[in-house]
Design a protein around this ligand. Structure first.
Ligand code: MTE
Ligand code: MOS
Length: 777
């Protein structure tokens, strides 16, 4: 990007479709990830010894051969942790290394630091571990039977749903199970720690949460926060998997560096990463709905149960969000939402794009299909009839919905994708084709924006203007590929009306902006964009006050324009010139900025309040084809209309919408986590765990950002968060697959199709539908 000229001036603005700041570096392989950094002299490499039992007492842990192995510098166990042996974000139930009992297969038992990684790995294999097996709880059902939970069950209520369902003209109920999902970030968990003076540590971690990494390293080592500096230039993807779980590995590396006084690096192999780190929560939901002859809900009840794994991690908030989104975009009228959070002897499940929201929405979408097929209606009509209006209807958690644009989005999308005609065409095609069946579905997304833990909704930024007019930008958010940095840089360039190239994007560091929240809940640009704007405005105000004094005009008459700073109608001086003059007159050119989201509150004990500042909306229409002889299936066409308010950067947002959709499609179709009877993850490599590939992208993929989008709340330039909501657009794929399966018996019976809808599950569901409908092939 050139520094001057009309084009770059235009592109300095917000709302411009700029490329990701690292796009070229990403494809050229020049973007630096932690494993690309030059290795410091004396670097030690870490390998983690894992538990091979899902639940067992540690009878004997003999590491003498490990210690004596060639190249080994130190071996770390629970006994070596000088501070608190806990890396949990909240609940204090996540030991860095277990002391007496192992709780899942893959749990870090000890770590070896050696001169090379192969030496560390070879040494770790010499460990002698004797276990005394305890009964493991591996499934939701087993944990429920044993009463094993991470907290007591939660209930959210609006009116009397059970009575409303009982009194309704029609009622339906069902059960839906859905699997978890591996994050499959391209860069796995990795950290590099370099010890400095006085026990200080400089930590490079691939983390969404530098501040928590800092805190927990300090806590495990028994040192102060100020001794730990955490730096993150970028992640090769996080997707929620580095919101808490990265901390464990950074803390192990920090312990090794502290013990040995040498730099230490930890980098999990893909297979280890998949076995050792938490995933999206698997859920099983029971649902019941009461409705009238038009298909309009009178009430709905949901009983959610999730597999949380061996510790709480973020499961409490994740399950809360599943409850918040049980209504998706529909007014339930009366609702009862019960949520069980099961503790199991599996890896501790964690944040994953949507944060429980996707699992929460699945049942109501199944119910919409079921209602339509029962009444002989088009599912789209049932969905449209149940959407929230704009009159302030109540969600089950007492927030009034006043910003719903789902009806407009769905109507517009149905029109543009030719839904009605295609519904006819699908029906005709299915009548003619004996073995292949098509399915079609158009579903909405309504996703609440804000962290539901209120205190996390704050952010800071730091802006320096140098005397040559170049700008250093730092903020508390982290870049994981989502384009946060370019968006925040656009905000700052816009404030000063300088070309984007004048703004240097710098690594997130805990010594520049302290006490930050994880970059999560899709709130990165909402929060950090505002904080950076605040910092830039402080400097702008100082420059304006200085100019006013210098030139004898009112401060309001000093205006920043792409051509320079206009001083009333006296003259226009270049930004750099003004900055230089301000410096010589001793005006500070550096400022910290801060932002906190207004108006949100939540009473968790009652599950009532306004947890969300606003909602993001979208709609997707998917068409699929299945082979009823094999279960093989393909998504043939997708149309998406998504609301991002006034987009800060439509190019980046389109990427988020497409990527989110495809990731959601993977969750609901091909990505299957299979644990064996002992609790061992058997799908721990790309050979057995199938994420979507380029070939799975639908041949016809029409994606549009809603042009009339505008956030009614005063967010950064009226934009809306985009990181997570599009993932749930993929529920349209699952619903379309269900539609195709149901078509084998003319929608007379509701398919019992769970997620992921793998070919095996589709085949079984087809056969089951045929059997229940009494149809023979
Ligand atoms: N996009 C890319 N390319 N890589 C990621 O890791 N994470 C998602 C989403 N989009 C992710 C991504 C998740 S889980 C969240 S919460 C948001 O980005 C976080 O960034 P934001 O708040 O800046 O949108
Ligand atoms: Mo995203 S799951 O909130 O990191």
């Amino acid at each position: 990007m050139p520094d001057s000229g009309a084009a770059s001036k235009l592109y300095a603005a917000v709302h411009a479709p700029l490329a990701h700041d690292s796009a070229e570096k990403h494809v050229a392989g020049e973007a630096l990830y932690i494993d690309d950094l030059p290795e410091p002299t004396g670097l030690l490499h870490l390998h983690v010894g894992q538990s091979t039992r899902a639940h067992a007492g540690i009878v004997r842990l003999d590491l003498s051969a490990v210690r004596a192995a060639p190249g080994v510098a130190c071996v770390l166990t629970a006994a070596d942790v000088p501070g608190k042996n806990d890396i949990s974000p909240i609940m204090g139930d996540d030991p860095m290394f277990p002391e007496a009992v192992v709780r899942f297969i893959g749990q870090p038992l000890f770590a070896v630091a050696a001169e090379t990684l192969p030496k560390a790995r070879a040494a770790a294999a010499l460990a002698i571990v004797e276990y005394e097996d305890l009964p493991p709880l591996l499934t939701i059902e087993a944990a429920q039977a044993a009463g094993s939970t991470i907290e007591h069950s939660q209930v959210m209520r609006l009116g009397d749903a059970r009575a409303a369902i009982a009194a309704a003209p029609h009622a339906l109920s069902g059960e839906l199970a859905m699997g978890g999902q591996d994050h499959f970030y391209l860069e796995g968990q990795v950290a590099l720690v370099v010890p400095g003076e006085d026990g200080d540590l400089h930590v490079w971690s691939s983390t969404q949460n530098p501040t928590e990494t800092q805190h927990l390293i300090a806590r495990t080592l028994g040192i102060r926060d100020h001794a730990v500096l955490v730096e993150v230039r970028r992640m090769g993807g996080g997707f929620g998997g580095k919101e808490t779980q990265s901390v464990h590995y950074a803390a192990i590396a920090a312990l090794a560096a502290t013990k040995t006084g040498r730099p230490a690096k930890i980098r999990l192999d893909r297979d280890d990463d998949m076995v050792m780190t938490g995933k999206r929560h698997a859920f099983r939901t029971r649902w019941a709905v009461g409705f009238d002859a038009a298909g309009v809900l009178r009430g709905a009840a949901f009983e959610l149960a999730s597999r949380c794994g061996h510790s709480a991690d973020l499961s409490i908030a994740i399950n809360d969000r599943a409850m918040f989104h049980s209504d998706n975009a529909y007014c339930l009228q009366a609702a009862e939402i019960v949520s069980h959070r099961l503790r199991t002897n599996t890896v501790s499940d964690t944040a994953f794009r949507g944060f429980g929201g996707p699992q929460g929405m699945m049942a109501i979408e199944r119910a919409m299909d079921a209602i339509a097929w029962t009444l002989g209606k088009d599912p789209l009509d049932v969905r449209l009839a149940n959407l929230y209006g704009v009159s302030g209807e109540l969600t089950p958690y007492g927030q009034r919905v006043t910003d719903s644009i789902a009806l407009e989005l769905m109507t517009e999308l149905a029109e543009s994708c030719g839904y009605r005609a295609r519904r006819q065409a699908v029906r005709a095609w299915n009548a003619e084709n004996r073995w292949l069946k098509r399915g079609l579905s158009l579903t909405p997304v309504k996703f609440g924006i804000s962290f539901t833990a209120n205190h996390l909704n704050q952010a800071g930024a730091l802006v320096h203007v140098y005397t040559d007019g170049s700008i250093h930008l730092n903020h508390g958010g982290t870049e994981m590929g989502q384009g946060l940095n370019v968006k925040v840089a656009q905000v700052v360039a816009h404030e000063f009306q300088v070309p984007l190239s004048a703004v240097k994007i710098s690594a997130t560091r805990t010594d520049k902006v302290p006490n930050t929240s994880a970059t999560a809940a899709s709130s990165g640009s909402d929060l950090n964009g505002m904080a950076a704007q605040d910092a830039a405005r402080t400097i702008k105000d100082r420059l304006a006050a200085f100019s006013a004094q210098e030139f004898g005009v009112a401060a309001e008459q000093v205006v920043f324009t792409p051509d320079g700073v206009r001083i009333g109608d006296l003259e226009t001086i270049g930004f750099t010139e003004l900055v230089r003059r301000a410096y010589f007159n001793r005006v500070s050119l550096s400022a910290a900025g801060y932002y906190r989201t207004p108006e949100i509150h939540y009473d968790r004990a009652r599950h009532q309040g306004r947890p969300f500042y606003y909602f993001a909306y979208g709609a997707a229409c998917s068409e699929v084809v299945i082979d009823t002889l094999t279960g093989e299936n393909k998504v043939v066409r997708v149309d998406i209309l998504h609301d991002v308010g006034r987009s800060l950067n439509p190019a980046v947002d389109a990427g988020q919408i497409e990527g989110g959709f495809i990731q959601g499609m993977g969750w609901l179709t091909t990505e299957e986590l299979v644990f064996d009877a002992a609790g061992r993850l058997t799908t721990h490599a790309p050979s057995t765990y199938k994420i979507p590939t380029a070939g799975d992208r639908p041949d016809v993929f029409n994606l549009a950002i809603w042009e009339r989008g505008e956030n009614r709340e005063a967010t950064i330039h009226r934009s809306k968060a985009v990181g997570e909501p599009p993932l749930m657009l993929a529920i349209s794929v699952f619903s379309a697959l269900t539609d195709a399966v149901a078509s084998v018996a003319d929608h007379a019976v509701l398919p019992d199709l769970d997620a992921p809808a793998t070919p095996e599950r589709i085949l079984r569901a087809v056969e089951d539908v045929r059997r229940r409908a009494g149809r023979h092939v």
